[in-house]
Design a protein around this ligand. Structure first.
Ligand code: NA7
Length: 556
């Protein structure tokens, strides 16, 4: 295992100052920032390339649903100006090409050990180092660990009896074969109708002989209204890029989208419809939820938005029985991830696309031939699982992190996934959880949240080098308060009414807790900036005489 060639700035030999886990968008930016610090570091990535979620989720139809011009790094104006996004919602190949471009342009790749999965991260209190072990059994020690593993990267394995017995091809949207797969003329069963299912289904329908969609919970989805960017629009946008970025960071979502201040029932029905129609036509994620102040706060307001979308479904889908099955009713609009689609409802107007409502006709088992539900066995050549993720916590807990006193992160989070500011967990010194629980993460434009976290971590590392601090960790009391503050924001909203990956309920045994911070990117920024300005309140530092001497000797 290559270890650092740069001598540790903390005066230690043969160890890294910082191990970064993951070379997705968070890990890549972390590498970029660490290059300027003089600290020794290395990133470890289980894939054979950069890009994280965009490296793995290569299924046909995979696209971002945040506009490309906003779902991109803001740290380099040159990068912003030179990269040409072709469409409003870039496809997975285009986003992966962007990630590769960034890796080359900023010389990030040479700092990454690829094809290396970290399976254990264990703290040694005596030396104050983490030991990271790979699936191949190699290990490396590091003073700090930045877990840049993504909020949606640990796949949820489908818990359906008989899965192993299926004789056909089994595919997962979240680890689609790198070289693609020819599904022309196949009879396909798709399980899962979240964003991934909704994106893949219309594309599969174009190639397959027949697609059967097994739907347990229908999603609210709006048309993406994707379009090719024209040169004049791009030039105009880029001329004001700084202004757009600053504005996006000042909103709740990190997107160029302001929540309107009026409650939905304070305007008449015509005005409500006008606004909902505007959002339907705009194809902007979060638009409908922001059309009024109380869409996720008040059930009567929420119903007006939900009903508007239900009407659109009835309009598009010709078979009224299918339309009724596609209509979400069991949870309020916006309390699960709202999707953006390209031709999803239209796909159900095709003769070769069928819908099975699993609420009425549940899956009994997967058989060698296909899927047996309560009513029938349907034969398939291919099964596609779009069954989602162990969101926000799963990507951290699967690293096998063991903190002070042999305590496992998995156990600590099994009751309550606490992390001070979403970034540090008490009992796990020098470990940073990028876009961790109780940070805006999946409720935000995640690129904004990633840059925010990485910048903050970099400044904290610099602060520690300057002050000779050897370790930093969350004060348990500050962590508890932050957790409760974040939980209080959700109380009284409609979010807890839904089962969702936001609430952890898609994973058996996970605590029913709202995982992201819903106070907004803007309020969150103010909070963590203030914490840093006040000398990192809520964090406990261990400053030893020896680390002071070591740092002093390096002239820091
Ligand atoms: P999601 O949004 O978590 O969707 C997963 C889907 O899979 C959802 O419809 C689930 O139904 C369904 N599911 C999961 N397990 C089963 C079983 N056992 N049987 C039937 N159906 C099942 O994941 P996505 O990958 O689509 O999207 C994740 C995020 O990625 C997305 O929000 C964007 O931010 C990008 P359920 O709801 O559990 O009834």
């Amino acid at each position: 295992m290559p270890v650092n060639e740069v001598p540790s700035s903390f005066g230690e030999a043969d160890v890294l100052d910082v191990a970064v886990v993951g070379a997705g968008f968070a890990g890549m930016y972390m590498i970029h920032r660490l290059k300027g610090t003089g600290l020794s570091f290395r990133a470890f990535e289980r894939g054979d390339g950069v890009g994280g979620t965009w490296f793995w989720n290569r299924y046909p139809g995979a696209r971002c649903d945040v506009p490309s011009l906003q779902y991109s790094y803001s740290f380099s104006e040159e990068l912003e100006q030179e990269w040409e996004w072709s469409e409003k919602y870039a496809t997975q190949p285009e986003i992966l090409a962007y990630a590769n471009h960034v890796a080359d342009r900023f010389d990030l790749r040479s700092h990454v050990t690829f094809d290396t999965e970290i399976v254990a991260v264990v703290w040694d209190a005596d030396s104050a180092f983490w030991t990271l072990t790979t699936s191949a059994g190699d290990s490396v020690r590091a003073r700090f660990v930045v877990a840049a593993v993504g909020a949606l990267s640990a796949g949820k394995e489908p818990d359906i009896p008989g899965l192993e017995s299926f004789a056909g091809m089994t595919l997962f949207t979240n680890r689609w074969p790198k070289d693609g797969v020819d599904l022309t003329g196949k009879t396909i069963g798709v399980i899962g109708t979240g964003s991934s299912g909704i994106q893949v289904i219309p594309v599969l329908a174009e190639h397959a002989r027949e697609v059967t969609v097994y739907q347990r919970t229908p999603a609210y989805t709006l048309p993406a209204q994707n379009e090719v960017y024209d040169a004049a629009y791009l030039a105009e946008y880029k001329a004001r890029y700084r202004e757009h970025r600053a504005k996006a960071r000042s909103t709740r979502t990190g997107l160029l989208l302001e929540r309107r201040p009026e409650p939905a029932l304070s305007v008449d029905e015509a005005e409500r419809r006008r606004r909902y129609q505007e959002c339907w036509d705009a194809g902007i994620f979060g638009c409908t939820a922001s059309a009024f102040s109380d869409i996720v706060g008040d059930i009567a307001a929420n119903e007006t938005a939900a009903e508007f979308i239900r009407e659109q479904i009835r309009d598009i889908v010709r078979d009224p029985a299918v339309a009724e099955d596609l209509i979400p009713r069991a949870y309020p609009f916006g309390t699960r991830r709202v999707c953006l689609d390209t031709g999803y409802y239209d796909a159900f107007n095709r003769d070769d696309v069928r819908l099975v409502n699993l609420r009425r006709d549940p899956i009994v088992e997967i058989t060698p031939q296909g899927v047996r539900t309560a009513s029938a066995e349907r034969r398939h050549d291919v099964l596609v699982f779009a069954t989602g993720f162990d969101a926000i916590t799963g990507s951290f807990t699967r690293l096998g992190i063991v903190g002070r006193g042999g305590v496992r992160l998995e156990d600590v989070w099994s009751e309550a996934p606490r992390a001070y500011l979403g970034l540090q967990v008490s009992g796990f010194p020098n470990l940073f959880t990028v876009t961790g629980p109780s940070s805006p993460s999946i409720l935000s434009n995640v690129l904004v949240s990633i840059e925010e976290h990485v910048d903050w971590i970099t400044e904290l590392l610099q602060h520690m080098a300057d002050t000779g601090a050897r370790t930093v960790e969350a004060d348990p009391e500050a962590e508890r308060q932050w957790y409760e503050e974040a939980a209080a924001l959700v109380e009284g909203t409609l979010y807890p009414q839904a089962d969702s990956y936001f609430m952890g309920t898609n994973i058996p045994g996970k605590p029913r807790v709202f995982l992201p911070y819903m106070g907004g990117v803007n309020a969150y920024h103010d909070k963590i900036t203030q914490v840093a300005r006040d000398g990192y309140t809520g964090l406990l530092f261990d400053v030893t005489a020896s680390s002071r001497a070591a740092v002093g000797a390096e002239g820091r």
